[in-house]
Each structure stands twice: as structure tokens, then as C-alpha cells.
Design a binder for this molecule. Structure first.
Ligand SMILES: [Zn+2]
Length: 96
């Protein structure tokens, strides 16, 4: 599973030839990239894991990889259940 990222420094400097870097999906959400202009930047994704996995599944369908899409959607659903259970547990601890 791969993600496309853009160099944040190129975006700030409004460089016209912005290049997408492809990185492998990581659980911690931290991605370090070096662009063609020599900038090194770190990107933290703020989306929940289930959101990213769902997007990856949608992209897999667009690309024609249906088996990977099913796998990604299944993982997204599992991560969503995990997220829901954590939210409910935290709510019960805080509110009672
Ligand atoms: Zn750059």
C-alpha cells in the first residue's frame, strides 16, 4: 500500500514543479521524504487509520486491483471497529 506525498517546503516556496513522492503506508503515520530540490521534510498524517485504508481501497478499485481493494476495505472496517471501541471506552471512563 503506497501513498503520494508532496514536499511541504516546495508548497511554501510556491515552486511550480512540485513532485509527488510515493511512500509505503506506515502505522505510525510519520513519513520522511526528500524532494528533487533537496528539501527534506517530515509529514504526519492526521487521518485515522480506517480513513487511510478506505482511501487505499478506493484507489485499488480505480486501478483494477479488486482483491487488494477487498483486503483494504476489510482492514478499514476492522480499524473502524477498534476506533469505535476506544472512543466508547474513553467516554465511559470520562463520563461514567
Ligand atoms: Zn521540496
Amino acid at each position: 500500500m503506497k501513498l503520494s506525498l508532496i514536499c511541504a517546503k516546495c508548497m511554501q516556496e510556491d515552486i511550480t514543479t512540485i513532485e509527488f513522492r510515493t511512500v509505503e503506508f506506515k502505522n505510525d503515520g510519520r513519513y520522511e521524504i526528500t524532494c528533487q530540490n533537496g528539501h527534506s521534510s517530515i509529514t504526519f498524517l492526521q487521518q485515522q487509520k480506517f480513513e487511510i485504508l478506505f482511501d487505499i481501497g478506493a484507489c485499488a478499485i480505480i486501478d483494477g486491483y479488486y482483491r487488494e481493494a477487498v483486503s483494504s476495505f476489510t482492514s478499514a472496517l476492522e480499524r473502524f471497529y477498534e476506533f469505535f471501541i476506544k472512543v466508547v471506552c474513553i467516554q465511559r471512563i470520562l463520563i461514567g
